[in-house]
Write a protein that binds this ligand. Structure first.
Ligand SMILES: Nc1ncnc2c1ncn2[C@@H]1O[C@H](COP(=O)(O)OP(=O)(O)OP(=O)(O)O)[C@@H](O)[C@H]1O
Length: 586
């Protein structure tokens, strides 16, 4: 909670202002029943209609002022909660954007979405409610007790006897319900995950007639969420009726004792009317406090979840760069010496190993190097570690041993932005955003139009863009209004438009027909000859012309060389070639 309170601190002067208005309104509110009892007991017996009207007007003015003060204070409260939570949401979004891929994997995306939406919404509502009721309800409760003491200390004693029991009951119940609300939020994460998967996979679900199965899956997570929420709410809901029971018992006692005291002349009837009104005010304020505690229980659980993200430390350390690379554990002892004058390779994997779960390696002892402008084709069965290799280059994950170097410099010494700006990447199943085609290529980089035009030409996208409305063509969410091949061409254009030093294409020409794929590769080698390229593909025809080809299987390199070399030396490559090309090269 401490972290979230930081966001409220700058608004404390405004909050105090709001509280002052609320306080004034509440005091005026408390005066109304007192004036009423005065009119009944003191003014009416005088038979002076003018005096009754004057006191009546006074009551009306008080009521009007209460209304103005409440509306004003509530507006201030809304502004404070809106501004505080807006700042929190902004920072949370920023923090999430900078989480490393392994941290995102650990939190899971649905959980981050719930933290960003439901949890911040809970905080917003509670902060608002605290300002609205947090001052009013306790003042009404305590003020009510004080005024009733003036009216009749005997009746007030009944109230004073009940209040500690009510507070104790609410406190015990809310202590029980806070962890239950935390569990309900975790169940909400699971439900959002299923909804997300269904929304993104709606086509395949329909195509495979999995609708019924998915309905069952949704019902399972939904009923788990309902059960978790019901458990938390039922626990918390006990507080309302319990307080009601105590107060109504108290009310009955007040009526009995009050009637007896009026009959003995110790109390006037107007005082009883005022007392009952105060009793109702106190009842409502205790109920409001109990509601506030319920909301706060949820908000405390939400604040914890938000804080967990905000407090996540940066796990991508940027190591200092000395100009002389120290050899990382596992890296070869002859790592390049920058002082020797010999130009190091453009990119180098030096005995790199990596595991996602830190139990079994997903890439094991991988070494290769590429000179400026060279191309590397990577081929291998699914799950071989091809995409992982691309992610390690961009430092989306940190390697476990070895070293990855760019121009002889360990990539962990580059500021992340500088490192990633060197790359143009098309990931497998990459996304297009709901925006114009041009903005999807430019991606806020403010690239010059010549670079964009050239990238579009090379990506073989020029004719389809010209024929479908030009650069201003609106793209639907995830590019669903484009064909698979058109989408891939726009994504390739996006990767090339920044004139990258390195180009990584992860299975990004799979939807191109053979002719377009060949034209793209030809155009790429002509127009981007200085760009070092990594092409990950399933089709041997997409990579057979690369300067080097890496064959991966279960994260273990099986062969590295040219197409011709691998046909002679690598069984796995020969097998792929035989299957795909009928062994014609052999
Ligand atoms: N975020 C992740 N967390 C845990 N394991 C992962 C993660 N991403 C990939 N893996 C595992 O790492 C291994 C390599 O995955 P990778 O995506 O690199 O394979 P790939 O060769 O690109 O496969 P494909 O050709 O099917 O795209 C697989 O066993 C996969 O299950």
């Amino acid at each position: 909670m401490k972290y979230v309170i930081r966001y409220v601190k700058p608004h404390i002067p405004t909050m105090i202002f709001g509280f002052t208005i609320k306080f004034t309104g509440t005091i005026l509110d408390l005066m109304i029943p007192y004036i009423l009892s005065y009119i009944i007991d003191e003014v009416t017996p005088r038979n002076d209609i003018g005096l009754v009207i004057r006191w009546g007007l006074m009551m009306a003015v008080c009521a009007a002022l209460v209304l103005v003060c409440n509306v004003w204070a509530n507006r201030v409260a809304s502004a404070v909660s809106r501004d505080s939570i807006e700042a929190l949401r902004h920072d949370l979004f920023y923090k999430i954007s900078y989480l490393s891929s392994s941290q995102v994997d650990a939190f899971t995306i649905p959980s981050l979405v719930t933290r960003m939406t439901t949890d911040t919404y809970n905080l917003h509502r509670t902060l608002n409610m605290i300002q609205r009721m947090g001052v009013r309800a306790p003042i009404l409760m305590l003020g009510g007790v004080v005024v009733t003491m003036f009216i009749d200390p005997w009746l007030s004693a009944i109230l004073c006897f009940l209040i500690p029991f009510m507070i104790l009951a609410v406190a015990r119940i809310s202590r029980k319900s806070i962890p239950l609300f935390g569990k309900a939020q975790i169940a909400a994460d699971a439900m959002i995950r299923v909804v997300r998967e269904n929304a993104t996979g709606i086509r395949v679900i329909k195509a495979l007639s999995r609708t019924e199965y998915e309905k069952d899956r949704y019902e399972t997570v939904n009923s788990r969420l309902n059960a978790a929420e019901a458990k938390a709410s039922i626990t918390m809901a006990a507080s309302g009726p319990l307080i009601n029971l105590m107060l109504n018992t108290g009310l009955a006692a007040v009526i009995v004792v009050g009637a007896w005291r009026v009959s003995t002349g110790a109390m006037k009837p107007g005082a009883i009317v005022a007392f009952l009104t105060y009793f109702t005010i106190i009842l409502n304020s205790v109920m409001a406090i109990s509601r506030l505690i319920t909301m706060s229980s949820k908000a405390i659980a939400s604040a914890g979840r938000v804080e967990e993200v905000m407090m996540t430390p940066q796990d991508m350390e940027i190591r200092p760069w000395t100009g002389r690379p120290e050899t990382a554990p596992g890296a070869s002892p002859d790592a390049p010496d920058m002082a020797s004058g010999k130009r190091p390779p453009h990119m180098e994997f030096d005995h790199v190993s990596f595991s996602y779960n830190k139990r079994a390696y997903n890439l094991s002892d991988l070494s290769f190097s590429l000179e400026h402008g060279q191309s590397l084709g990577i081929i291998g069965p699914t799950g071989a570690g091809k995409s992982t290799l691309a992610q390690l280059l961009l430092r989306l994950y940190d390697i476990d041993s070895g070293q990855i170097r760019i121009d002889g410099r360990d990539i962990s010494t580059f500021p992340l932005k500088e490192l990633r700006q060197k790359f143009g990447v098309v990931f497998q199943n990459d996304v297009l955003f709901k925006d114009s085609l041009l903005n999807n290529i430019d991606m806020g980089r403010k690239l010059d139009m010549d670079a964009i035009d050239r990238a579009v030409e090379v990506a073989q996208a020029a004719s389809f863009i010209a024929g479908s409305g030009g650069y201003e063509k609106p793209i639907a969410v995830k590019g669903v209004n484009l064909s698979g091949g058109q989408k891939q061409r726009v994504l390739i254009a996006r990767a090339l438009a920044g004139r990258p030093e390195f180009l990584i294409l992860d299975d990004s020409s799979s939807a191109l027909d053979y002719k377009t794929d060949a034209a793209f590769r030809r155009s790429l080698s002509q127009s981007f000859s200085g760009t070092t390229t990594i092409i990950i593909a399933q089709r041997i025809s997409s990579i057979m012309h690369c300067d080097k080809i890496l064959v991966l299987e279960d994260g273990i390199p099986q062969g590295l060389g040219t197409h011709e070399e691998l046909l002679k030396t690598c069984d796995a490559y020969r097998e792929i070639s035989t299957i795909q090309m009928g062994g014609e090269d052999l």
